[in-house]
Write a protein that binds this ligand. Structure first.
Ligand SMILES: C[S@@+](CC[C@H](N)C(=O)[O-])C[C@H]1O[C@@H](n2cnc3c(N)ncnc32)[C@H](O)[C@@H]1O
Length: 223
């Protein structure tokens, strides 16, 4: 019953919805899209090193989780990647546009499925609250894990859906993909969990629509 892949046309409709959402100044007012909540679930990202060479956030959104992760884990090179990155950079009142204008982060506007970056080129890869929005979730998971250097960390936060969720909410324009825990973890077997927590429906951030959440920091070891 999971939905792992949608057509490019369906994905584009979801992206139009996403852009319309963040184009509304009222929606941007808080300056946060659950990023503070995710940080708490990840124990303040305490499992990450205090500094690394390079970090990328995939599907970073206008507010990013990077802004909070950098408080714990400094990085020489920071890439914020999102197909809407250039549009978010035009919004005056969000962290991404301000950080990019100040030269603190590099912007990239590719979808994960089409990222032209070399495998093994990042110490930290962040992908939080993204996979429900993509075109091909399996490919995104594989690409995210492949970007890690030996010893690198994947920070993955993911809403989980079961059959009941999909039956009750058969069409949601902004969230075309629905994944179970198994759908996600079967693509990450090369990583060793450093932090792994599966929140129940009641503990999760949206009990009405999701059976829980996966909170995962996985480490690549090529040894
Ligand atoms: C709900 S927002 C979350 C943003 C951010 N991760 C956060 O937690 O604040 C989902 C983001 O995923 C992006 N997205 C959708 N499809 C994508 C894809 N194929 N590759 C990368 N990002 C994608 C959207 O443009 C949107 O900014």
């Amino acid at each position: 019953m999971s939905v792992m892949q949608v057509t490019p046309a369906r994905w584009k409709r979801a992206q139009q919805w996403e852009l319309a959402l963040w184009s509304d100044p009222a929606a941007r007012k808080s300056g946060d899209d659950w990023n503070l909540w995710w940080r708490e679930q990840f124990d303040g990202y305490a499992a990450l090193p205090a500094s690394v060479d390079s970090m990328i956030e995939l599907g970073c959104g206008p507010f990013t989780n990077t802004r909070l992760i950098l408080e714990r884990c400094r990085a020489e090179r920071v890439v914020c990647s999102d197909p809407l990155a250039e549009r978010y950079a035009e919004l005056p009142d969000c962290w991404l546009s301000q950080a990019a204008a100040a030269g603190r982060v590099e912007l990239d506007a590719h979808a994960i499925e089409e990222l032209p970056l070399d495998a093994g080129s990042f110490d930290v890869v962040v992908m939080i609250n993204v996979l429900d929005h993509v075109c091909d979730a399996a490919l995104c998971l594989q690409r995210a894990a492949a970007l890690l250097r030996d010893g690198g960390f994947l920070v993955l936060g993911q809403d989980l859906s079961d059959d009941e969720d999909i039956r009750n909410f058969p069409y949601d324009i902004g969230h075309p993909i629905r994944l179970s825990l198994e759908d996600v973890e079967r693509h990450l077997t090369e990583l060793r969990p450093v932090l792994r927590r599966v929140l129940s429906r009641e503990e999760g951030r949206s009990p009405d629509g999701h059976s829980g959440n996966l909170i995962l920091i996985g480490r690549r070891s090529n040894a």
